[in-house]
Design a protein around this ligand. Sequence first.
Ligand SMILES: [Zn+2]
Length: 99
Amino acid sequence: MDIFEPKYGVFKTSDYNLNLEERRSKYEKYKFILCKTCSNDIYIEDCYCTSCYDKETDLVKKGHMKFGPKFEFFETLDYNLDLEERRKKYMNYNNILCK
Ligand SMILES: [Zn+2]
């Protein structure tokens, strides 16, 4: 292993714009990942800062941290749609959260 290769990566707020797969491939080479905002350790399995996540109160921002940009809230109104319509509406999203 190259001794000049840093063993830890710094996780930036802008990384939340990547989806989980993209984050993992970006950081898998590091032994440690640190949150730039609060210096908390980030686990490669999670790929988001649990400490910042807990402090965040905005549900949209929380979803963004956990899932990346491609998530949407499932509205109560969506229960009026049949299964096909729901799939069509949400097929472009990686994650759907119950509102
Ligand atoms: Zn943090």
